[in-house]
Design a protein around this ligand. Structure first.
Ligand code: ADP
Length: 262
């Protein structure tokens, strides 16, 4: 608690009392701490790919490789992959900051949820084919939410991209969209690696990524679901997760429905 105290004097200079302003700064302190923790984590995440690129370039330029064109190519390829990871990280960071900023401009529209889902799934067709993942849609049309379509697309993109990334080879994805009272309920279900209870609890934390034998070779920033949660909260929606380790996960997003006449 922070206290500012000032005496009050009467006409003859006698002290009548004191005024104290007490302010609870615990919350301010906590906010500051979590901000500096975040900046620290960002710095850490930026440093790793940069250090890798640095060492690859150094090995190439130091001429230690001689005529070994295969290793030379491998190092160039890895450097390129790391620059792509950096770009992804920076894009996610900009989306996090965008969601945290009070001044953000939103283009609110009546969004037809099933159309947006179909359209987003189409963009992922090549990735699904690559891993022979099948997708099954059960979408009720003419359900609307009032939102910035780009933000809702980001929610769907994230769920679908995770359902592919954390799926098994030849796995499947089931996507449904139904009306549930005053909500539009969107479910994305995968037959992937699932999560432990402990991993599930930390899922929406910034930079959290499960570390186990399945996730070793999967790349990502650990920011996608944190962004998704901020978007869903922005529209007073909610998200639930059911998951079983080694079996698969189901993410369900509830968004407030607007009637077709509104
Ligand atoms: P990223 O995919 O970039 O790591 P996300 O924030 O989208 O970041 O997800 C955080 C973590 O949650 C992932 O690293 C993964 O461990 C876990 N996860 C997310 N979606 C799924 C899913 N569908 N199945 C299993 N694990 C998942």
């Amino acid at each position: 608690v922070m206290a500012n105290t000032a005496p009050i004097f009467g006409e003859n200079g006698q002290c009548l009392g004191v005024v104290s302003v007490l302010r609870d700064i615990t919350e301010m302190k906590q906010l500051e701490q979590s901000k500096s923790r975040f900046v620290n984590m960002v710095a850490h995440e930026l440093k790793a790919p940069l250090a890798a690129i640095h060492s690859y370039l150094k090995m190439i330029l130091d001429n230690t490789l001689g005529d070994d064109i295969v290793t030379y190519n491998t190092y160039m390829k890895r450097s390129l992959e790391r620059t792509e990871a950096l770009t992804e990280l920076i894009n996610d960071l900009m989306n996090i900051f965008r969601m945290d900023s009070k001044a953000v401009k939103r283009n609110l529209e009546k969004v037809e949820v099933a159309d947006l889902l179909e359209n987003t799934v189409d963009l992922f067709k090549p990735q699904m084919e690559e891993r022979e993942i099948s997708v099954n849609l059960a979408l009720k049309h003419e359900l609307f939410v009032k939102a910035d379509p780009e933000e809702i697309r980001r929610v769907f993109t994230n769920l679908i991209s995770n359902a592919i990334k954390y799926n098994k080879y030849e796995g499947s994805i089931h996507i449904s969209c139904v009306e549930d009272g005053r909500w539009v309920k969107v479910t994305v279900k995968d037959t992937g690696i699932g999560m432990t209870a402990d991993e599930k609890d930390r899922l929406f934390q910034e930079f959290f990524r499960a570390k186990n034998k399945f996730t070793r070779d999967i790349t990502g920033t650990g920011l996608g679901l944190a962004i998704l949660k901020k978007i869903v909260d922005e529209y007073a929606g909610r998200i639930t997760v059911e998951t079983e380790y080694g079996k698969g996960s189901t993410f369900t997003v509830y968004l407030p429905r607007v009637m077709s006449g509104e």
